[in-house]
Design a binder for this molecule. Structure first.
Ligand code: FMN
Length: 257
């Protein structure tokens, strides 16, 4: 019986340089810990790894031993402060070849500088990072930190359209549960409410499925799991088909001070 080998062997540099065409772009995305969540086809070809061995792994798996550690410290310090950085980086492919990239690293999701969430691959094609207006919940209008990512933001309000995306908003309006309970989505089937308890947040989740476009709408009113009163979070999700990514997304929501 074959047993999957989950340990990675150290790659020995062969000294062979791999180059790519001038118009080719290597794209990779990581979460806030540097775990790769997306890579494009050029990344896979040049690094000589199959996608299955890359996604979910730390980006340092292609780190070349010649790269000074301080470059990456600067890279992380810069993107954590919300800024972009450009750097020449040499990487190590699975077969020992090395390749140079002119890396342009930008933070995403942390778009307001305060709110972060991880969303499934492909949902983040469009980003609106200008905050949100709690009027959407029937609360006094205002401008709060928040962002929306979706594969089609323009169809966000249209329940006849197929959309995958997340809107995350901070709120200074105290407990949002009553406001979220009052929301309705005509044409969708109310699938009920449940408690959500995660390591960082707890709250209430309401799901509407069978919307005219075939998808679902999920709304959550969250408060910090440690009982501290000040922060409240509103999360609205649109998912095609079943609302299967809900808990994973709620667990990833973070705010920075
Ligand atoms: C979007 C993004 C792209 C990155 N690209 C590379 C890369 O191409 N090569 C690399 O060695 N590290 C890259 N890093 C940095 C790694 O996460 C990691 O910090 C680095 O490989 C050094 O490993 P260490 O932090 O464990 O020392 C990238 C980080 C981010 C956030």
């Amino acid at each position: 019986m074959a047993v999957a080998d989950r340990t990675r062997k150290a790659v020995v540099p062969s000294g062979v340089e791999r180059t790519m065409a001038e118009d080719e772009l290597i794209v990779s995305k990581t979460d806030t810990r540097g775990i790769m969540t997306y890579v494009n086809d050029v990344f896979l070809r040049v690094s000589a790894y199959p996608e299955s061995e890359v996604l979910g792994q730390p980006h340092n798996m292609i780190r070349h031993p010649d790269m000074p550690r301080c470059v990456f410290k600067l890279l992380w310090d810069t993107i954590k402060s919300g800024q972009e950085i450009f750097a020449y980086v040499v990487n190590l492919a699975a077969d020992g070849a090395h390749y140079w990239v002119f890396a342009h690293v930008t933070p995403s999701f942390d778009t307001t500088g305060r709110v972060v969430a991880e969303v499934p691959r492909g949902w983040d094609r469009q980003v609106r990072d200008s905050g949100w207006d709690p009027r959407a919940l029937g609360l006094p209008s205002g401008h709060e930190a928040g962002f929306a990512v979706a594969d089609r933001l323009t169809a966000w309000q249209d329940l006849t359209a197929e959309v995958n995306g997340v809107l995350v908003g901070l709120s200074g309006h105290g407990d949002l549960t009553a406001a979220v309970n009052a929301l309705t989505h005509p044409g969708c089937h109310y699938d009920g409410a449940r408690a959500y308890t995660g390591a960082v947040w707890h709250g209430r989740v309401r799901t509407w499925d069978g919307c005219p476009g075939g998808g679902s709408v999920t709304e959550a009113a969250l408060a910090p799991a440690d009982g501290s009163a000040q922060t409240r979070m509103y999360v609205q999700m649109r998912q095609t088909g079943r609302a299967s990514a809900t808990d994973r997304i709620l667990a990833s929501v973070r705010i920075s001070s």
